[in-house]
Design a protein around this ligand. Structure first.
Ligand code: NAD
Length: 292
């Protein structure tokens, strides 16, 4: 069993750290919010990031965004982690920062992987996340047994940054699908159709997708989702907006045609501008239904 420092015990990190404890690893957690860190039964709570980083076999981070990840690694982890500690960042950040950090880690004598996830809070809690991993073959081989504890699917996507690249493509697809489902239900409502009948048909027909059958934005139909809990996140619209911003920057840099991705970015931009960054991303349906 490994000694693991886990930094960032938020919506996602909580379930991920709990699963590492459950698997028998010796986990030490740190979050700026001490109350969140104290919520992991069986884990040690570190007094500081340095404390969580020192003397571990592996460090896992699950932080909000690129600048936070860069500062935590540069100021806390690189200077204090033991030689040969394996570094795994599971946050969603831009490809460029992931590549630069992996290079910096290498220069400081560490192996670092970008390993963002898909599957949401439910996947984090259940240990069924999908991990998209960028980094060396050797680093991946060391990380796989740890990631297997937290995920149902672990894919080595390529060199440093490839995990993040895969993640932003996936989330751009997710955003477009969520809006398509929201618009489908909004149109059905205008036509006086039953949302339950639409769900029954589309979930078994060609409109089927994860945003419909697993994360339905329409309250009262399909599985229990954030929609049935007043759109509490879940996956906040602000984070989806961040991911779409990363996708738009990558599309611009690479010259990709992302017409519907751009439209999805604009829709989440309006949601965030309207003060709804903390609302679940499926709450985009409220604007489509004329409710916000
Ligand atoms: P969150 O805001 O709930 O959690 C982030 C945690 O990091 C917070 O508890 C915060 O206090 C802590 N933190 C911030 N700065 C810190 C620092 N310097 N040192 C220590 N702790 C610090 O966010 P989340 O929903 O858990 O998402 C985390 C990451 O996972 C994001 O990059 C997000 O894009 C990605 N993600 C989220 C979901 C989801 O459904 N929520 C799904 C896939 C990927």
């Amino acid at each position: 069993m490994a000694t693991i420092g886990f930094i960032g015990i938020g919506n996602m990190g909580t379930g991920m750290a709990r699963n590492l404890v459950k698997a028998g690893h010796e986990v030490t957690v740190f979050d700026l919010d001490t109350e969140k860190a104290q919520g992991i039964a069986g884990a040690q709570v570190a007094a500081s990031g340095e404390d969580a980083a020192r003397g571990r076999d592996v460090i896992v981070s699950m932080l909000p965004a690129g600048p936070v990840v860069a500062s935590v690694y540069r100021e806390t982890i690189f200077p204090h982690a033991a030689a040969d500690t394996l570094l795994i960042d599971c946050s969603t950040i831009d490809v460029e920062t992931a590549r630069i950090l992996a290079d910096d880690a290498h220069g400081a004598g560490f192996e670092m992987l970008d390993a963002p996830v898909s599957g949401g809070v439910a996947g984090a809690d259940a240990g069924t996340l999908a991990f998209m991993v960028g980094g060396s073959d050797g680093g991946f081989a060391r990380a796989e047994p740890i990631l297997d504890v937290m995920g149902a699917k672990v894919v080595h996507c390529g060199a440093a940054g490839a995990g993040q690249g895969t993640k932003i493509c996936n989330n751009m697809m997710l955003a477009i699908q969520m809006i398509s489902v929201a618009e489908g239900f909004a149109l059905a409502e205008k036509l006086g159709l039953s949302p339950q009948k639409l769900f029954d048909v589309s979930s078994a027909a060609s409109g089927q997708c994860w945003s419909l059958t697993t994360y339905c934005p329409m309250p009262g139909v399909g599985p229990q989702t954030s929609a049935d809990n007043d759109y509490r996140p879940g996956f906040a619209a602000g984070l989806m907006h961040k991911d779409l911003g990363l996708a738009m920057a990558a599309a611009q840099a690479s010259g990709a045609d992302v017409e519907f991705g751009r439209a999805a970015f604009d829709a989440y931009d309006r949601m965030v501008d309207g003060g709804e960054a903390g609302v679940d991303f499926s709450g985009i349906i409220r604007a489509k239904r004329g409710l916000s």
